[in-house]
Design a protein around this ligand. Structure first.
Ligand SMILES: [Cu+2]
Length: 244
């Protein structure tokens, strides 16, 4: 895979579906800014930040005091696919930091240790099943209001670069039917009100609330410089490219 990817990269083509299995390290300042952009401005100064360490997983670089913890997620266990172009800025409250975020950080550590994608997915699922990984014990949320992220997205859940700020309220085991939601990923209007997103398994589910168009425009304007810096760092993070 690596050789094919390198060959195609040498030809200058994008490599859809052929993701490298090696991650790069983001410039620390840029990674910090991107991680913190997932939270509203008033929470950033006192938030905790961890940066990715390719050898060990995440390492603490900024100790906060408000219970919010922010990272840029680069490995999503539920995809069972290691790519080098996933960028998901996340900020969890204290309860989520102890639970869901910890599992996301464990995922990075397991990848760093050389576990393969399928084994990693099976291991995380097992830990949820046998309650090694408990779900949040009370309501809370993960802020995902960064101006850009790159992960699977509606309508077809392909990997895309997008501006889709939203909030994620912990909702283990909740189903769309229970809240009367009927999200249709091909119709963005159906996603404007809360719906459930099951991220890998029923234990790891959230109620999603999109940020409105006016607020989103404000977020994009606020982070104009960050967006330029990210685009200069990696072509795949340019919002203008959207899909690769
Ligand atoms: Cu999200």
């Amino acid at each position: 895979m690596k050789i094919i990817t390198a060959f195609i990269a040498a030809l200058g083509f994008a490599t859809p579906g052929l993701a490298a299995d090696t991650l790069d390290t983001m410039p620390p300042k840029l990674e910090t800014q991107l991680a913190l952009s997932a939270a509203p401005p008033h929470l950033r100064d006192k938030a905790t930040v961890h940066l990715l360490d390719l050898k060990t997983g995440y390492r603490l670089t900024q100790e906060g005091t408000n219970g919010i913890t922010c990272i840029v997620e680069r490995t999503q266990w539920e995809h069972a696919d290691f790519r080098d172009d996933i960028f998901v800025p996340l900020c969890y409250d204290a309860e989520g930091t102890k639970t869901y975020l910890r599992y996301i950080m464990d995922t990075a550590a397991m990848r760093a240790q050389g576990m393969d994608p399928a084994a990693l997915k099976a291991e995380v699922e097992k830990r949820f099943r046998d309650k090694t990984y408990p779900v949040p014990s009370k309501p809370g949320l993960s802020y995902m209001i960064a101006p850009v992220m790159r992960t699977s997205s509606p309508p077809d859940m392909k990997i895309r670069t997008m501006a889709m700020p939203h909030l994620m309220f912990y909702a283990p085991y909740l189903t769309n039917a229970e809240i009367g939601a009927a999200p249709d990923f091909t119709n963005f209007d159906s996603l404007l009100y809360p719906f459930v997103d099951k991220q890998g398994n029923p234990e790891h589910s959230y109620m999603i609330q999109m940020i409105g168009a006016a607020e989103k425009a404000k977020i994009l304007a606020e982070h104009k410089q960050l967006l330029e810096d990210l685009c200069a760092y990696r072509d795949v993070l340019c919002l203008t490219h959207m899909e690769h």
